[in-house]
Design a binder for this molecule. Structure first.
Ligand SMILES: [Cu+2]
Length: 412
C-alpha cells in the first residue's frame, strides 16, 4: 500500500471517528453523567431521610444498594462497548494497510472461554458467600426434611449447571471457526437423544417421589391429644392471634358475626369461645405440637415462618391448618446466632396490598413453664366492652351449664 493510500486511510478513520465515535461517545458520556448524578442524589436522599433511624453500619451498606449495581453494570457495558470500538478501529486500520484483519473467530472463542471461567467463579462466589444467607437454621422438627430436599435439588441442579455451561462455552472455544478445519455435519444420533431424555426423566422422577414422601411426612393431619390449637387470622394489614383458654379448645368462628368489636367474628354461642384469649405475640412452647388454624378475612395472605420452614396460604372462606413442632427456643437461637436481639418472625409472604410489609409479628419460642406463665397473663377475647355489646355482662362463668343460652341471642 502506498503512502497516499495510508494517509487516505487515516483520513477516513478520522472522519469515521468524528462522525460516529465522538458523537456517540458524547451522547453516552452525557447519559452516563446523568445516571451518576441521579444515582448519587438517590443515595444522598436516602441518607438524609433516614439518617435518624439508621446506624452507621447500615449507612455504609446503602452504597451496595440497587442503584450502585445498576451503575456498575452500565460501567461494565460502557467499557465493553469502548473495547469493541477500539478493536473495530484497529481491524479497519489493519485492512486499510493491506494487512490481514483481526481473527474475530479467535476473539469470540477466547471471550467465551473467559466468560465460562468468570461465570463459574461468580457462581462459586455466590454460593460460598451468599449461600448461607438463603435460609437460616431450621428450628422445627420437620425443618431438616425440607432442608434435605432443598439441598439435594440444589446439588443436582448445580451438577447439571456446571456440565451444561462447560459443554456450551467449552465447545464454543475449542471448535471456534478456523480455516484449517471444516465443520462436521452431524444432524442426528439416537443414542445421545435417548441418554438426554432418560437420565433427566429418572432424576426428576426421583425428586418428585422424594418430594411426595417429604410432603406426606410434613403434612401431619392426624389430630393429636396434646396439640396446641392457635387461630391465626390475616386481614389487611395485620395478623390476629387467638389462643384457647383453660378448656384447651377454641370456640367456633363465623365470619358473618365480625364487626368492630368482634373483629374475628367469634361465635359466643359456642361455650368454648367464652375463655378464648387474644395475644399480640405468637408465643410457642418448645417441643410441643402446634396446630395453626389459618383464616383470612379479605384477600389471600400467606403465613410464613422461614425459621420453622412453614408457609401456607390463608385463603378467605377456606380455613386450613398446619402442624409443626418448634425445637429451638428464642434464647437458644440468640446464643447460636450470637445475636442478643434475635427474634423469630412471622411474615405475610403474599403481596396482599399497599401496607403488606406491616404484616409482621414476633414469635417467641419458650420453655413450658415460661409459656404457662405467659398464657396466664393474656387477656380474654371476650372483654368488658364486648360483653356489654352482646349483653353478656352478667355472664361470669365459662361453665356451659351455668351459661344461659338466651343471653347470647345477639349473635344471630
Ligand atoms: Cu398479607
Amino acid at each position: 500500500m502506498g503512502f497516499k493510500q495510508l494517509i487516505n486511510g487515516i483520513g477516513l478513520l478520522n472522519t469515521f471517528k468524528n462522525k460516529h465515535l465522538v458523537k456517540n461517545s458524547k451522547k453516552l458520556s452525557s447519559f452516563f453523567a446523568v445516571l451518576m448524578l441521579s444515582g448519587t442524589s438517590l443515595v444522598m436522599a436516602q441518607s438524609v431521610s433516614t439518617a435518624d433511624s439508621i446506624t452507621a453500619a447500615e449507612k455504609s451498606t446503602m452504597w451496595t444498594g440497587v442503584a450502585y449495581y445498576v451503575l456498575l453494570f452500565l460501567v461494565a457495558c460502557f467499557c465493553v462497548a469502548i473495547l469493541g470500538k477500539i478493536l473495530k478501529v484497529y481491524d479497519l486500520s489493519l485492512k486499510m494497510q493491506g494487512k490481514k484483519g483481526l481473527n474475530w473467530n479467535n476473539i469470540m472463542g477466547i471471550t467465551c472461554a473467559i466468560f465460562l471461567v468468570a461465570g463459574l467463579y461468580g457462581a462459586y462466589w455466590s454460593l460460598t458467600v451468599q449461600g448461607s444467607m438463603s435460609l437460616p437454621e431450621a428450628a422445627s422438627a420437620h425443618g431438616g426434611a425440607i432442608d434435605d430436599m432443598f439441598n439435594l435439588t440444589t446439588v443436582l441442579t448445580l451438577i447439571v449447571f456446571v456440565i451444561t455451561q462447560v459443554a456450551l462455552f467449552g465447545f464454543l472455544f475449542l471448535y471456534r471457526g478456523s480455516d484449517k478445519r471444516k465443520a462436521y455435519f452431524y444432524p442426528h444420533n439416537n443414542t445421545i437423544e435417548k441418554i438426554w431424555t432418560v437420565v433427566p426423566a429418572i432424576v426428576l422422577t426421583m425428586l418428585v417421589v422424594f418430594g411426595f414422601f417429604t410432603w406426606q411426612k410434613v403434612m401431619d393431619t392426624t389430630p393429636g391429644k396434646n396439640d396446641l390449637n392457635i387461630d391465626v387470622t390475616g386481614h389487611q394489614f395485620a395478623w390476629e392471634l387467638r389462643y384457647p383458654g383453660r378448656d384447651g379448645k377454641l370456640g367456633a368462628v363465623n365470619f358473618t358475626l365480625a364487626n368492630g368489636s368482634n373483629v374475628l367474628g367469634i361465635d359466643f354461642r359456642d361455650r368454648y369461645s367464652l375463655d378464648d384469649l387474644r395475644a399480640d405475640t405468637l408465643v410457642l412452647p418448645v417441643n410441643h405440637s402446634i396446630r395453626i388454624n389459618l383464616h383470612a378475612q379479605d384477600v389471600i395472605h400467606s403465613f410464613y415462618l422461614p425459621h420453622f420452614r412453614v408457609q401456607l396460604n390463608a385463603v378467605p372462606g377456606l380455613p386450613t391448618f398446619f402442624k409443626f413442632v418448634p425445637t429451638i427456643t428464642t434464647a437458644e437461637m440468640r446464643m447460636k446466632t450470637d445475636n442478643p436481639k434475635f427474634e423469630y418472625l412471622l411474615y405475610c409472604n403474599k403481596i396482599c396490598g399497599a401496607a403488606h410489609y406491616n404484616m409482621q409479628k414476633v414469635i417467641r419460642v419458650v420453655s413450658e413453664p415460661e409459656y404457662q406463665d405467659w398464657i396466664a397473663r393474656q387477656k380474654p377475647y371476650l372483654n368488658d366492652q364486648l360483653k356489654k355489646e352482646l349483653k353478656l355482662a352478667e355472664v361470669k362463668s365459662t361453665d356451659p351449664k351455668k351459661t344461659p343460652s338466651n343471653r347470647l341471642a345477639l349473635n344471630n
